[in-house]
Design a protein around this ligand. Structure first.
Ligand code: EPU
Length: 428
């Protein structure tokens, strides 16, 4: 097993290059299954969520060749299975995108429900509502979601909640069906626009991505394409917060500054200087952060995937801040870990009251999920002394070369192997 060992208290300085967006990659790769020709996808993040999806695509019958560390060539023409087993879906939240992609390709999908981050119940009722509106019959048997149709047809779908996953899944299922599909109350995240751009580059007819109403006019064929994924908004935001939290001065490069506005606004409120370049942002901080309130919302609101990181910097702010979670029912499991490091945070339902302390102290902690893990890294970098973070496989799911990138900014962070005691106990 592996853990991160961080010797904190050093200001981050230098330049970090942001990788391709995880949440765009996990939608675009299954979307390749809709193509009638091979596709090349560039700027892929080198993370375990991506390798899990590529492995599943191979098992479905696609030919997958890594061109280099960030580029993959995929020929989907050999795909002859519509089944994504529990084993294939394990550990990947985005397995549900195989439902939309396989349904769109073969009118049939049998997919194990997603793994990934645990924020309590993660329903898929809006995905199912969308598939049914398109004409599929959806059942859940033996823990597998089964969707089938003789023929899908365009439909109007109003989402009861703004769901990234349901919006993407309906786009995937509807791209090649007859007629017009309209998604109302659609999610507007940058990765939804990226997926639409990818599909349109293959000949799809999708309009309105990035607004609350997406119109998809079905096309018969999708040709191959060569497409580069957008930079990762949340990886960039994580380094922005880490720069400010360590009183550092960091240029975050290869980003789309527009996607980072809500994060920049909060850091400015805390007293950081944020300078936007064309494809970069520079974040510097020279004083203790000021308190501020944060509420997470669907895009263009403050992203829920930055909530643990922003609460971590607020833990040392001058004053009391309120952090309200507006997307997930339960996303405060990391708070227990932060309190081990001396943070003063009281959670009440979807709200956390963060009373700033002067400093965090190092402690052994766990990455309870992906973004919680990012928050633990930030906390470890802030605290004097040695912080050990266990269960880092969550972090590896979504952050490329996290040790290398933080080390290049002057952080003292190492990946350390240690024996798995639970295995020893089981064997004893
Ligand atoms: N919801 C429903 N019914 C559904 C679907 C969602 O009630 O059928 C609810 C959820 O319970 C939640 C809200 O709608 O309260 C939003 O969920 P959404 O469907 O938007 O989330 P998701 O598609 O499962 C994606 C990201 C998450 C990110 C959320 C919100 C991917 C692979 N995952 O999840 O990212 O938190 O959108 O922005 O794109 C992460 O990267 O760390 C991560 C968890």
């Amino acid at each position: 097993m592996e853990k991160f060992v961080i010797s904190g208290g050093k200001a981050l300085k230098g330049t970090v290059r942001i990788s391709g967006a995880k949440n765009a990659a996990v939608a675009i790769l299954p979307a390749v299954l809709l193509a009638d020709e091979p596709c090349t996808v560039e700027n892929l993040p080198n993370i375990s969520d991506v390798s899990t999806i590529l492995k599943a695509m191979r098992e479905l019958g696609a030919e997958v060749k890594l061109v280099n560390k960030t580029t993959v060539w995929i020929d989907p023409r050999g795909v002859d299975s519509y089944i994504v087993t529990k084993q294939m879906a394990e550990g990947m939240r985005a397995s549900s995108y195989f439902m939309g992609a396989l349904l769109g390709r073969m009118n049939r999908a049998r997919v194990a429900p997603p793994g990934g981050c645990d924020f309590g119940v993660r329903p898929i009722d809006q995905h199912i509502k969308g598939f049914e509106a398109l004409g599929a019959k959806v059942t859940i048997e033996n823990g597998m979601v089964d969707a089938k149709a003789m023929e899908l047809r365009g439909a109007s779908i109003y989402l009861d909640v703004v769901s990234v996953g349901a919006t993407i899944n309906i786009m995937l299922a509807a791209t090649k069906v007859k007629g017009l599909t309209v998604i109302e109350n659609a999610a507007r995240e940058p990765h939804i626009v990226d997926l639409a751009n990818f599909l349109n580059s293959m000949g799809a007819d999708i309009m309105g991505a990035g607004t609350g109403m997406i119109k998809i006019r079905g096309v018969e064929h999708l040709r191959g394409t060569d497409y580069s994924i957008i930079p990762d908004q949340i990886e960039a935001g994580t380094y922005m917060v880490a720069a400010a939290a360590t009183m550092g001065d960091v240029v975050i490069d290869n980003v789309t500054p527009k996607h980072l506005e809500s994060i920049a606004a909060k850091l400015k409120e805390m007293g950081a200087t944020v300078e936007e370049g064309e494809e970069s942002v520079r974040v510097c901080m020279s004083e203790r952060p000021k308190r501020c309130n944060v509420k997470t919302m669907p895009h263009p609101g403050f992203p829920t995937d930055m909530q643990p990181q922003i609460a971590t910097i607020l833990a040392i702010a001058d004053g009391t801040s309120i952090v309200t979670e507006g997307v997930w029912d339960s996303r405060f499991r990391y708070v227990e870990q932060l309190t081990l490091m001396g943070a003063d945070i009281q959670v009440d339902g979807k709200m956390a009251v963060v009373t700033g302390v002067k400093e965090l102290r190092s402690a052994p902690v766990k990455a309870v999920d992906l973004r919680a893990g990012a928050a633990m890294i930030i906390a470890g970098l802030m605290a004097e002394g040695i912080t050990e973070i266990e269960e880092i496989d969550h972090i590896d799911r979504g952050y490329e070369e996290v040790v290398e990138k933080f080390s290049a900014l002057g952080a003292d962070i190492k990946r350390v192997y240690y024996p798995d005691n639970t295995t020893v106990l089981k064997q004893a």
